[in-house]
Design a protein around this ligand. Structure first.
Ligand code: BGC
Length: 363
């Protein structure tokens, strides 16, 4: 049976080779990217280790969507033991196997320079997925949810939640948690949040009792919840003795939010207003009960659909649609940003209504 998708894909492939000047970075990617490529071409997808649920579900969605679009997907995850060399060798193998496009969710954004340079040399187009690859000219496109906006939304939600939960106070005790320094998103989330929180720290509305306010002081190695929890345990023991209570925690994602909740419960403090991100299944019941004040919904299906649209455009010899340029420290990378959605108990039912996995968890 010929499906509508198959017809659309065939039409796209028919265009391949017809366009001589695609413009954009795809066109000057060393090889003959402007000429497009054929149905059945290998598309590599190099994902990081599974530090959160969004990565865990991305692999299967990529495999299904790329297959449905008529390509041959080669989807690989870095292992958790030595993710950087894993990812480097996976990308090299994808290049050798003739991948036309390689989609990369970087483990360490600064350690893929040699691999993407080789890709450029071989005419392979590189799309950075969710995490931008830093300090290299050899990244053609970037597709992500707007990470700075994610951070700002988290900062604002923390302020809103504190005023809601502790209405009798005019100042609140908080602590800050950030993600892994190797992930460029972690600094962007933190900078976005501090854009909102710093003025409130400066005017005394927020009191970071530990005094730990720099990214270096609050980052979480490997995004590992055990690391965040042990730092929080130490902070609570050291700075929250006696009557000193903690009212809130800025957490960059759901995995670390649950670690913070555990730490505060163990220390018999709180209850805290805590932020999150990713809409992980394990956090939705906590959102509904209010234990975790907020999360962010970055629908992985949408991000992958946007990435596959980019690949289809490249196959047709066209320039993919972008709506921003993002500086990676070396060049301005044409970027497509999607909008993140803030979720609290107040709107969770509505936001997750079309998600078969999450909607039942809101009942
Ligand atoms: C992603 C987040 C995720 C984190 C840890 C980040 O790069 O954007 O959604 O929580 O990695 O896996």
């Amino acid at each position: 049976m010929i499906t509508g998708t198959a017809i659309a894909a065939a039409a796209v492939f028919a265009l391949a080779g017809c366009s001589s000047d695609s413009g954009g970075r795809g066109g000057d990617a060393g090889g003959d990217a402007a000429a497009g490529f054929e149905e059945g071409s290998v598309i590599g997808v190099a994902l990081p280790d599974k530090t959160s649920e969004n990565w865990t579900i991305a692999g299967e969605i990529f495999t299904d969507s790329l297959t449905e679009a008529g390509y041959e997907p080669n989807v690989q995850y870095a292992g958790s033991t030595s993710p950087v060399p894993d990812q480097q060798s996976q990308i090299s193998t994808m290049i050798q196997d003739g991948a036309k496009v390689i989609v990369i969710g970087a483990n360490d954004a600064k350690q893929l320079g040699a691999q993407v340079a080789e890709a450029r040399e071989q005419g392979v187009t590189i799309i950075a997925y969710d995490r931008l690859i830093s300090d290299t000219d050899n990244v053609d496109y970037y597709v992500a949810f707007n990470n700075f906006k994610v951070g700002q939304d988290q900062g604002q939600a923390l302020l809103d939640g504190l005023a809601e939960r502790y209405p009798d106070q005019t100042s609140w005790n908080i602590e800050l948690i950030a993600g892994a320094a190797t992930d460029p998103n972690a600094t962007v989330f933190f900078d976005g949040a501090m854009d909102i929180l710093q003025p409130k720290i400066d005017d005394g509305t927020l009191n970071v009792v530990s005094g730990q306010t720099t990214f270096e002081q609050v980052q979480t190695d490997k995004w590992d919840p055990a690391n965040a929890q042990s730092r929080m345990d130490t902070v609570l023991q050291g700075f929250y003795q006696g009557d000193t209570n903690i009212n809130g925690v800025l957490s960059p994602n759901d995995t670390l939010a649950r670690a913070a909740l555990q730490s505060v419960t163990d220390a018999k403090k709180g209850p805290i207003v805590v932020t999150g991100q990713d809409s992980e299944a394990a956090s939705i019941p906590l959102i509904m009960s209010g234990e975790q004040y907020m999360t962010i919904y970055k629908d992985t299906r949408k991000l992958i659909a946007q990435t596959v649209d980019m690949i289809k455009a490249l196959a047709a010899g066209e320039t993919p649609e972008t709506n921003a340029d993002e500086d990676n420290g070396s060049t301005e990378v044409p970027t497509f940003y999607l909008d993140p959605v803030v979720v609290t108990a107040a709107n969770a039912v509505e936001v997750y209504a079309d998600n078969d996995k999450l909607a039942p968890l809101t009942k």
